[in-house]
Design a protein around this ligand. Structure first.
Ligand code: C2E
Ligand code: CA
Length: 710
C-alpha cells in the first residue's frame, strides 16, 4: 500500500468498491472500518460495527479461540487467501448464523497494523438463487437432478452438492460441503481437478470437460465424466463453479469388455482372427521399417474331430482350452497366439533374425503338446501339425503369408502329421490347384471317375489268387490317372476322407460279393489311413457296406497301416477287436519298421501281416533283410498270423520268399491292380507270367499313375 492511500478515507473507498464484505480490525480486535456489504450480511449498520469488537460477529462459543487466532495471525503477519481455512460462522444481529469464508492480510493504516478481512457469505449464493421464480426452478432442478451436481467456490471447495452427488460418492452432504475433492479422488487422478480449475480461473476456457476417477466410500473406483462451468464477477474474478458429473463406470467397463470380446476367442480367451490380422499388419509394417523376419506358424490339431466324435463337444472344448494353455506357456510375450478357428491356432512371431529361431519355436510348440491331456477324467493325446511361413520386409501381402502357412500345414499333414513343415515356393506350385482338386475329387465320388482296382494276393505255393487288395484309382478328366498317394493326402485334410473310406468299402464288398457267394470265396482287403482308422464311425461304415453288399464278414479284411497302429497301439487294438467282433479280419500293412514294433503289434488280433516292399526288394544287404523276413514269418506263424510278402516283381523275389516260409504274396509278378471287369480271368489259375496275364489297358493305366506320382 503506498503512502497516498494510507488513510482512512482511501481505505473506506477501497472497501466500498469490493464485491465481498470487508473490514479492518485493529491490534485490539476492534473494527476500524467496515463496508456496506459486510454490514448487510450481519443486519447491523456500518456505524454500529465501527469501533465494536470483531468477536461480536463470532459465535460466542468460539469467541475465545477466535481472539487467540486473531492475535497469532497479527503477530505472524501472514496472508491467508479465501478457502485456506475451514469456513466460519458469522453471527448476525438477530442471532442467526451465516457460513462465511474469510481471506486475511496484514496492512498498515496511518501507521497502525491492521488485519484486513475479506468476508464472503457462502449462504448468499444459495439465497441469491432463491430470489426469483426462475432461480427457484433452478434450485429445484439441482435438488432433484439425477445427475450429480456440485457448486464449488474459487478454490473448488464444495458450496453445495445435490443428493445425486452425495449418492455417487456414498457420502453425506455434511462430509462434502466445505471440502475440495481431494479426499475422494482416486490418487492417480489428483491434479486433474486443480488443472481444470486453473484453466477456468485464468479464463483460458469458461467450460471444461474431463474424465476422472473417484473412490466411493465402499472402496469402489468410479469413473466420472465431469463438465465444469465457471461464473465470474464483473471484474473477471472467478465466483463459483457449477460442476455436473456422469458416472460412466459401468459403461466404460462394458465398452472395455465389448472391445475385449470383439478381439478375443470366448472359449480359450486367446486373440481371435480379427486381432491377429491387425497384429499381422503392424508386425509387417514394423519389419519393413526395422528389418528382421516375422513368421506365421499355423497349428492344426491332428484328428481333433475324433475327440469331438468319440467324447462329445464338452470334452472337445476342454481339450481346446488345455491346448491353448500349453501353447501359451511356451509363447513369447512379444508374439501373438490366436485361435484361428475350430482346432486351428496361429502363432505370430515378430522380430526374429534367423529362420532357425522360427524352427525352434515350431519344435517348442510341438513339444508342448507331447504329453497327454487330462480332461474330465480322461487322458487324451492331442498332437498337432504346424505350417510355417517366414517373411521379411519385402515379402508379399498378409493374406499371402497366411496362405503360405496354410500350404505348409497341408504339407506337414501330408507327410504324416505330428510335425511341422516350412513353406517354400515349390509347395506353392504343387498345391496351387488344391481347392480346385478337392472340388474335382468330390465330383469324382459321384461321376464314376473314381473306382477301385484289384490286385491279387496269391498263395506262394500255387500262385493262385486267394484274395484281392482293393486299390483306389482316380481317372482325372485332364490329368489322366492319378495315384492314390497324390489325392488321398488332399482328402485327408478335409472330411472328404470319410466319404472316400465309405466308397472304398462299398465298392470292394460289392466286388467281392460278385466274385462268389461262398463263405470261403476270395477275400477282399481294403486300405485305411490312420485318420480313417480312428474314425469313430468306422465300424458303422463297415457294417453298412457288409449289409448292403451281402458279403460274408469273413471275406473282408481291413488293412491297417503299421504307422497308424504304432501311433496309438491301444486304440488300434480296440479297433481291431471291434472289427473282429463283426467277423471282419485285420491286416497290418506295410510292415517294415523292424522287430521292436513287431513284438508290440503281434498282440493285435490280426489275420495277416503284409511285409513292406522295402523288405522284399532291399536296395542293399539282401541277406540281412532275408533274415528279418524269416523272423517275421516265424513269429507270425507261431501266433497264427499269415504273412504276405508284397512287391514280388521277379521269380527270384518269389523264390526267396518261399525260402523264408512266407505263404502269401502279392506283386507285379502275378498282376498289377486291375479294374473289376478284369478280375475274373485272374481267378482259379496260377499267376506269375506277367506278359500273358495282364491286360494291356491296366498296364497303361498303372504306368500313367506311376508317372503322375513322380
Ligand atoms: P499300399 O497299401 O502299400 O498298396 C500297395 C501299393 O503297391 C499299390 O500302389 C500297388 O499298386 C503297389 N504295388 C503292388 N505290387 C507292386 C510291385 O510288385 N511293385 C511295385 N513297385 N509296386 C507294387 P498304389 O495303388 O499306388 O497305392 C499306393 C498307396 O495308396 C497304397 O499303398 C495305400 O496305402 C494307398 N491306397 C490305395 N488305395 C487306397 C484306399 O482305397 N484307401 C486308402 N486309405 N488308401 C489307399
Ligand atoms: Ca495295402
Amino acid at each position: 500500500m503506498s503512502e497516498s492511500v494510507d488513510s482512512k478515507d482511501a481505505w473506506q473507498l477501497f472497501l466500498s468498491s469490493l464485491p465481498d464484505g470487508a473490514l479492518l480490525v485493529d491490534a485490539h480486535g476492534r473494527i476500524a472500518l467496515v463496508n456496506e456489504t459486510l454490514a448487510s450480511y450481519t443486519g447491523y449498520a456500518v456505524s454500529d460495527l465501527v469501533g465494536a469488537p470483531v468477536e461480536l460477529l463470532v459465535p460466542p462459543g468460539v469467541a475465545g479461540d477466535h481472539a487467540r487466532a486473531r492475535e497469532t495471525f497479527a503477530e505472524g503477519a501472514a496472508r491467508r487467501p479465501f478457502g485456506s481455512h475451514t469456513h466460519l460462522a458469522l453471527v448476525t444481529r438477530d442471532g442467526s448464523t451465516h457460513q462465511v469464508d474469510i481471506a486475511l492480510s496484514q496492512i498498515t493504516l496511518e501507521g497502525e497494523p491492521m488485519s484486513l478481512a475479506l468476508v464472503r457469505d457462502l449462504d448468499d449464493l444459495h439465497r441469491a438463487s432463491l430470489h426469483s421464480d426462475s432461480e427457484l426452478r433452478y434450485r429445484l432442478a439441482f435438488d432433484i437432478s439425477v445427475a450429480p451436481i456440485v457448486f464449488t467456490d474459487d478454490h473448488d471447495k464444495i458450496l453445495a452438492a445435490n443428493d445425486a452427488f452425495c449418492d455417487l460418492l456414498g457420502r453425506s452432504r455434511d462430509e462434502l460441503v466445505g471440502q475440495d475433492s481431494t479426499p475422494f479422488t482416486y490418487p492417480l487422478d489428483l491434479g486433474l481437478t486443480e488443472a481444470s480449475l486453473e484453466r477456468v480461473r485464468r479464463r483460458e476456457v469458461d467450460a471444461e470437460h474431463y474424465t476422472k476417477r473417484y473412490v466411493h466410500r465402499d472402496g469402489r473406483v468410479l469413473i466420472v465424466e465431469v463438465a465444469r462451468r465457471a461464473a465470474y464477477d464483473a471484474s473477471g474474478h472467478l465466483l463459483f463453479n457449477v460442476i455436473s458429473e456422469r458416472d460412466v463406470t459401468e459403461e466404460r467397463s462394458l465398452t472395455a469388455q465389448l472391445a475385449h470380446q470383439a478381439l478375443h476367442d470366448p472359449l480359450t480367451g486367446l486373440a481371435n482372427r480379427a486381432l491377429l490380422e491387425d497384429r499381422l499388419v503392424r508386425a509387417r509394417a514394423k519389419i519393413s521399417r526395422q528389418g528382421g523376419f516375422g513368421a506365421i506358424l499355423m497349428v492344426d490339431l491332428d484328428d481333433f474331430k475324433d475327440v469331438n466324435d468319440s467324447h462329445g463337444h464338452l470334452v472337445g472344448d476342454q481339450v481346446l482350452i488345455a491346448v491353448a494353455r500349453r501353447l501359451e506357456e511356451v509363447a513369447r510375450t512379444a508374439d501373438t497366439l490366436c485361435r484361428f478357428g475350430g482346432d486351428e491356432f496361429v502363432y505370430l512371431v515378430e522380430g526374429v533374425h534367423q529362420a532357425e529361431q522360427v524352427r525352434r519355436i515350431a519344435e517348442r510348440l510341438l513339444t508342448a503338446l507331447e504329453q497327454p491331456f487330462s480332461v474330465m477324467g480322461l487322458s487324451l493325446l492331442q498332437h498337432a501339425s504346424i505350417g510355417v511361413a517366414i517373411w521379411d520386409g519385402e515379402s508379399a501381402d498378409d493374406l499371402a503369408v497366411l496362405e503360405q502357412a496354410d500350404l505348409a500345414l497341408y504339407e506337414a499333414k501330408r507327410l504324416g502329421r505330428h510335425r511341422y513343415a516350412v513353406y517354400s515356393p515349390r509347395l506353392h506350385q504343387s498345391h496351387s490347384g488344391r481347392g480346385h482338386d478337392l472340388q474335382a475329387l468330390r465330383g469324382a465320388l459321384t461321376d464314376g471317375s473314381l473306382s477301385m482296382h484289384f490286385q491279387p494276393i496269391v498263395s506262394a505255393a500255387t500262385t493262385t489268387a486267394v484274395g484281392f487288395e482293393a486299390l483306389m484309382r482316380w481317372r482325372h478328366g485332364e490329368r489322366g490317372w492319378i495315384a492314390p498317394s497324390e489325392f488321398l493326402g488332399l482328402a485327408e485334410s478335409t472330411d472328404l476322407i470319410g466319404e472316400l473310406g465309405s466308397f472304398a468299402l462299398r465298392e470292394a464288398t460289392r466286388a467281392a460279393a460278385s466274385w462268389s457267394s461262398a463263405p470261403d470265396g476270395p477275400y477282399v482287403t481294403v486300405n485305411l489311413s490312420a485318420r480313417q482308422l480312428f474314425d469313430p464311425q468306422l465300424a458303422q461304415r463297415v457294417r453298412t457296406a457288409l449289409a448292403d453288399s451281402g458279403l460274408e464278414a469273413s471275406r473282408l479284411v481291413i488293412e491297417i497301416p503299421e504307422r497308424a497302429a504304432l501311433e496309438d497301439a491301444a486304440r488300434a487294438s480296440l479297433i481291431v477287436d471291434e472289427l473282429r467282433a463283426l467277423g471282419v479280419g485285420c491286416a497290418l500293412d506295410g510292415f517294415g519298421d523292424g522287430l521292436a514294433s513287431l513284438a508290440q503289434l503281434l498282440h493285435l488280433d490280426l489275420r495277416f501281416v503284409k511285409i513292406d516292399r522295402s523288405l522284399i526288394r532291399p536296395p542293399t544287404d539282401a541277406s540281412l533283410r532275408d533274415a528279418l523276413v524269416e523272423v517275421i514269418v516265424t513269429l507270425g506263424h507261431r501266433t497264427g498270423i499269415d504273412v504276405v510278402a508284397q512287391g514280388i516283381e521277379t521269380p527270384d523275389d518269389l523264390a526267396r520268399l518261399r525260402q523264408a516260409g512266407c505263404n502269401l504274396s502279392q506283386g507285379f509278378l502275378f498282376s498289377q491292380a486291375v479294374p473289376l471287369s478284369e478280375v475274373s480271368p485272374l481267378m482259379g489259375t496260377p499267376l506269375g507270367v506277367v506278359d500273358s496275364k495282364v491286360n494291356p489297358s491296366s498296364i497303361s493305366a498303372t504306368q500313367a499313375s506311376t508317372t503322375s506320382v513322380s
